[in-house]
Design a protein around this ligand. Structure first.
Ligand code: ATP
Ligand code: MG
Length: 385
């Protein structure tokens, strides 16, 4: 009898038709990369992976962060023999805490003489007969759920205590790439996480307004990129100097239009970098109505500067729900550190909430847009996590 790791992947992967093999291979590669340095043997068995390794605990911790995985289970590999199954399931019930239990059997091996109902009933009977103390069967809402799976060569047994929830989503890298505008706030790291979860490769750009935004504000963004990288592969963070652009806008444009013009520059630069590095979309942490610049008109006016899809995965989410995800993925504590952001240092007293394209474009005629962008990109810094 051996301990193995059973990896179940998200049902969406089964729906991929002819592409299913590609998704499965990618998932396998992504798991392999996460387990770098750990000796592990993979067994692919119709719709799931079994992993053999001596470092089970560490492996489960790492695998549960791989997108595309539904559950990671620590299972006992058992000979296909009803007496052995009874014994192992019984031990599992004893180990767990609870007053009620249920045995669920899945028999993929149709040659085994008992059907799944018969197996469950037999094991259940054995547990009831041999358990010292109070225990009952509850098929609706059991405290202890024991899974028994009978496959071609072996059977597997595990309880609900042996299951670690996976990160769900789709395998990273299967759905194109995006340039995420990453600020030090709560929202944009969550936006990046959600894009990555759907299989989109994430790269980040941060606009830094030295000396108005400090080195510590920059470090905070680096830390956020590093946390995101735990869920992705390596992440490139492009740190683009933004002060000269902001100064020029303040100098030449109307005060109530500063924010929206600044946002248009952010969009242009993100697209330009995306083009330079072969990235096919951009993403932001905007949510409709959250602040003055995130109105429908504001978003339309920023999108005017995009030459590729601009995704906003948080668009219809409430702040409290965004914060819950931030806590879950471990970015929240870093995001709330109180360092300034370039958007908060030059805020107009009454920013326009319903900007229109023509007047904004007119304002921008006073700026040498290409030159400003060119200079910023020339002076950017790239950090990889
Ligand atoms: P966040 O919590 O992500 O900072 P926010 O609610 O503070 O968002 P804004 O400051 O209006 O909202 O920014 C909206 C979006 O614009 C951010 O989610 C981010 O994608 C992008 N953004 C803002 N400031 C920067 C910056 N300095 N560098 C890169 N992207 C930025
Ligand atoms: Mg912000």
């Amino acid at each position: 009898m051996k301990d193995l790791i059973l990896v179940k992947y998200a049902p969406e992967i089964f729906l991929k038709g002819l592409n299913r093999g590609k998704f499965e291979r990618r998932l396998r590669d992504n798991i392999g990369k996460k387990l770098e340095g750990i000796k592990v043997e993979f067994i692919h068995d119709s719709g799931r992976y079994f992993l053999k390794t001596d470092e089970i605990e560490e492996s489960i911790k790492r695998i549960s962060k791989v997108f595309g995985i539904l559950e990671v289970c620590l299972v006992k590999e058992v000979e296909i023999d009803i007496h052995e199954l009874e014994q192992v399931a019984f031990e599992k019930v004893k180990e767990a805490e609870g007053k009620t239990f249920k045995i669920v059997t899945n028999r993929a091996n149709k040659k085994f003489e008992l059907n799944s109902m018969e197996v469950s009933r037999k094991i259940g009977g054995y547990v009831l007969q041999n358990y010292e103390g109070d225990i009952n069967v509850d098929v609706k809402n059991p405290d202890i759920l024991i899974n028994v799976e009978i496959r071609n060569n072996y059977a597997y047994v595990w309880s609900n205590d042996d299951i670690t929830k996976g990160a769900a989503g789709l395998p990273y890298g299967m759905n194109g790439s995006t340039m995420l505008m990453l600020s030090g706030g709560i929202d944009s790291p969550v936006a990046g996480y959600l894009m990555a979860k759907r299989g989109v490769e994430v790269n980040c750009v941060y606009y830094h307004s030295h000396p108005y935004t400090s080195e510590r504000a920059k470090d905070k963004v680096k830390e956020l990129a590093k946390i995101l990288a735990q869920y992705t592969e390596k992440i490139n963070l492009y740190i683009v100097p933004f002060t000269d652009i902001q100064m020029e806008i303040i100098d030449k444009c109307r005060e109530d239009e500063l924010t929206i013009i600044m946002r248009r520059f952010m969009m242009r630069i993100a697209c330009k970098l995306a083009d330079k590095y072969g990235i096919n979309s951009v993403s932001t942490g905007e949510s409709i109505g959250q602040v003055a610049s995130q109105t429908m008109d504001g978003l339309i006016v920023s999108d005017d500067c995009a030459d590729r899809p601009a995704f906003r995965p948080l668009i219809a989410m409430d702040k409290t729900d965004i914060m819950d995800i931030a806590r879950k993925i471990g970015t929240y504590e870093t995001s709330i550190l109180p360092y300034e952001d370039c958007c908060t240092i030059f805020v107009p007293k009454h920013p326009k909430t319903n900007p229109k394209l023509d007047p904004i474009r007119k304002q921008e005629e006073k700026l040498d847009i290409d030159e400003l962008i060119q200079k910023s990109i020339e002076n950017m810094e790239v950090v990889t996590f």
